[in-house]
Ligand binder design. Structure first.
Ligand SMILES: [Zn+2]
Ligand SMILES: [Zn+2]
Length: 330
């Protein structure tokens, strides 16, 4: 087994690439050396390569699992949350997450989850053909096998936490998930950005059953929130470390503005979210997994436009259509 090539960022902070079976290849988890043990931010997706990578990291750093005393999760997505239960069984550590994302984790990954059916139902209403809706449901059910065992979760209520011997502020940044958190260290001006701000990739902003009615609006406010901090370096959960943070935020904002304009112009006549997604993402052949995100992302933009009076939404025979709002008051 080859060594997991982690980076030592400072005396007490390690950036650990844990493999994920998705195009982004790795999730970067952050390991902090404390006076009396270790703390961890995010865990990975539960499949053999990720488990082996962790075992190797513990070996290289001579960490006994029981020395890990706190596990913080930035949000409930499977690439961050998936190994939390395994890691908890191994270490006995408390697993902290925001209250909002604990509720969402239970809804999506809990024992009697109805989330894949709920997604299927909404997708059919939004014009997704039956066969594709079924594939999307199956795909979601398979995904949840990699998010087991379900950990015992503790609500992260503190406004500050100690990581690597420093005090970090817990910053709530809803958008990519409703309960997403970042950690900010004001003296060093560094941010653990999770999936809130990424280099190159634009974080996926999606509308899901049980989630915010306007995630894109939430996301824009959260971008403003971190833009106001004077960040020198941001450590994201995927991709490279970001040293030009404000420029990256502006580029992400421009991407969404462009996409909002594009979707608005595509809704000249009644269109379903599925039809619009097909046109916006027409450059590539999408798998059911990619269709799921393409549609959820399209819905987030369309609903933003509806809530800003730019589009109108109507329902006919159980199908939802979006169209430019010609009655908009000037
Ligand atoms: Zn995520
Ligand atoms: Zn992620």
């Amino acid at each position: 087994m080859s060594n997991t090539p982690f980076e030592k960022l400072t005396e007490n902070i390690y950036r650990i690439p844990i493999p994920v079976p998705f195009p982004m290849k790795y999730i970067y988890c952050y390991l902090f050396k404390e006076q009396d043990g270790w703390s961890l931010v995010d865990t990975g997706f539960n499949y053999p390569e990720a488990v082996n990578a962790w075992k190797n990291v513990f070996e290289q750093l001579r960490i006994q699992p029981e020395q890990i005393s706190a596990i913080y999760l930035t949000h409930f997505h499977p690439d961050h949350f998936g190994l939390a239960g395994w890691m908890q069984e191994l270490t006995g550590a408390l697993v902290y997450m925001s209250k909002v994302d604990i509720i969402m984790a239970e809804r999506v990954w809990g024992k009697n989850s109805q989330q894949s059916d709920a997604v299927g139902a909404i997708y059919r209403q939004n014009g997704v053909p039956e066969r594709l809706a079924e594939q999307i449901e199956e795909n979601m059910k398979k995904l949840s096998e990699h998010v087991q065992p379900f950990p015992s979760l503790t609500i992260l209520e503190e406004e500050e936490v100690r990581l690597g011997g420093m005090i970090w502020k817990v910053i709530s940044v809803p958008g990519h998930s409703d309960g997403m958190i970042n950690f900010y260290q004001p003296e060093k001006r560094i941010l653990l950005a999770a999936d809130h701000v990424l280099d190159k990739i634009t974080p996926n902003i999606s509308l899901w059953p049980g989630g915010s009615a306007n995630p894109l609006e939430d996301y824009f406010s959260s971008l403003n929130k971190v833009a106001a901090l004077n960040i020198r370096l941001a450590f994201p959960a995927h991709g490279k470390v970001i040293d030009e943070f404000s420029e990256r935020i502006l580029a992400i904002r421009r991407h969404h503005d462009k996409r909002l304009k594009q979707m608005f112009s595509l809704a000249l006549r009644d269109q379903t979210a599925y039809e619009i997604a097909g046109k916006v993402f027409s450059n590539k052949q999408l798998s059911p997994h990619q269709w799921r995100f393409a549609i959820a992302e399209t819905l987030a933009h369309l609903e933003y436009l509806v809530l800003n009076d730019e589009l109108m939404k109507t329902e006919r025979n159980g199908t939802i259509f979006y169209r430019q709002n010609t009655e908009k008051s000037a």
